[in-house]
Design a protein around this ligand. Structure first.
Ligand SMILES: Cc1cc2nc3c(=O)[nH]c(=O)nc-3n(C[C@H](O)[C@H](O)[C@H](O)COP(=O)(O)O)c2cc1C
Length: 354
């Protein structure tokens, strides 16, 4: 039997195999941030993935970047997520809610309070973002004060508690892909002169403080962390020539917290992936952008990763696990329905049996 199909313990969960569903924003939440009416069906259809990591979910009004993304900071959000977690658990699955603060990748037209986005520094990412009026330039954000940074860390902590109250098995902190935590990490988004900017240690501090606060609140064994070391210029992050050095400090610091897992969205440097493996002794989840199907288990077989998160293929194939086991053909992905819309391209992808 391939190692991919063997059970694994991640945090306090016993997963039946090594495939997880990667976090994917679907922009189908209600206007107040409560998960949409179909969210419980969408996620429970995919419960055979060993672990589901949900779409990015904001911990506060300030944390919202995109239209109709869900939140986890009001009573109604908790009730909405409870339906989702109950439905996934009823199908035997596990679910972590991804806590995503978009930081500067935001637009006043998309947020409940219509305010300017917040970030480590008032540096515009120089990209556009989808709004109800179509694509618009992302406006320059406002730099957070030190007091506001403390409040933002508390927002992450409270959102983690809310996620557990909503029945989630844990949370994944989104430290990847150019959003708030990544903005603190990266020199080109962070020119602060206080303890949160400048040196590698300072730029990693916000990430470490968020992870520490969340782990203290809900338990390290229910806390995962996602990073994407390397250049992600498409949302305005460029970590520069020495960009990986900050991760050589951050990852060992996170390792000290004994988190449930580290989730790497990996875009290229395999040598660095080996370094991460050496830094990290608990579970490593490695997601490779556009990984060919035949390579899904390569990192697991090589001992580089414990779990392989799958994005778009899991979106388009609710029974991805069954299909892979049977070597059955996969549904094609309908990219036009990835972001926003109704049941089309959300809950209507067929399984092998219907
Ligand atoms: C529709 C869509 C939405 C996504 N939203 C998120 C998100 O909310 N949070 C996140 O960390 N990554 C997000 N991603 C990135 C995926 O988690 C994953 O890293 C990426 O799709 C590469 O994996 P894949 O080739 O298996 O799809 C998104 C990807 C897609 C396709």
């Amino acid at each position: 039997m391939k190692k991919m199909w063997s059970p694994v313990k991640v945090g306090n969960m016993n997963l039946p195999h090594r495939l997880a569903m990667a976090p994917m924003t679907r922009n189908r939440a209600q206007i107040d941030g409560t998960p949409g009416e179909l969210a419980d069906l969408y996620y429970s259809q995919r419960a055979s993935m060993g672990l589901i990591i949900t779409e990015g979910t904001q911990p506060s009004d300030d944390g919202q970047g995109y239209l109709l993304s869900p939140g986890i900071y009001t009573k109604k959000h908790i009730e909405g997520w409870k339906k989702v977690t109950d439905a996934v658990h009823a199908e035997g699955g596990h679910i972590y809610i991804q806590l995503m603060h978009a930081g500067r990748m935001s637009h006043p037209d998309n947020t409940p309070h219509h305010r300017q986005g917040v970030a480590p520094s008032a540096i515009s990412p120089g990209v556009q973002i989808f709004t109800a009026k179509g694509m618009q330039d992302v406006p320059a954000p406002r730099a957070l004060s030190e007091a506001e940074i403390t409040t933002t860390i508390a927002d992450f902590r409270k959102a983690a508690a809310a996620a557990i109250e909503a029945g989630a098995d844990g949370v994944e902190i989104h430290g990847a892909n150019g959003y708030l935590i990544h903005q603190f990490i990266s020199e080109n988004a962070n020119d602060r002169t206080d303890q949160y900017g400048g040196s590698i240690e300072n730029r990693a501090l916000f990430a470490i403080e968020v992870a520490t606060a969340v782990a203290n609140e809900i338990g390290a064994d229910r806390t995962g962390f996602r990073i994407s070391p390397g250049n992600l210029a498409y949302i305005g992050i460029d970590e520069g020539e020495h960009g990986l050095d900050v991760y050589r400090h951050l990852i060992p610091e996170l390792a000290k917290l004994n988190l449930a897992y580290l989730h790497v969205m990996h875009t290229g440097n395999d040598e660095f992936l080996k370094e991460i493996r050496d830094f990290w002794s608990s579970s490593l989840l490695v997601n490779r952008f556009g990984r060919p199907l035949e390579d899904i288990d390569t990192d697991i077989e090589a001992g580089i990763a414990e779990v392989a998160p799958i994005g778009a293929w899991a979106l388009a194939n609710p029974d991805f696990v069954d299909r892979l086991k049977k070597d059955a053909p996969l549904n094609e992905q309908d990219r036009m329905t990835f972001f926003g819309g109704d049941s089309k391209g959300y809950t209507d992808y067929p399984t092998l049996n219907n």
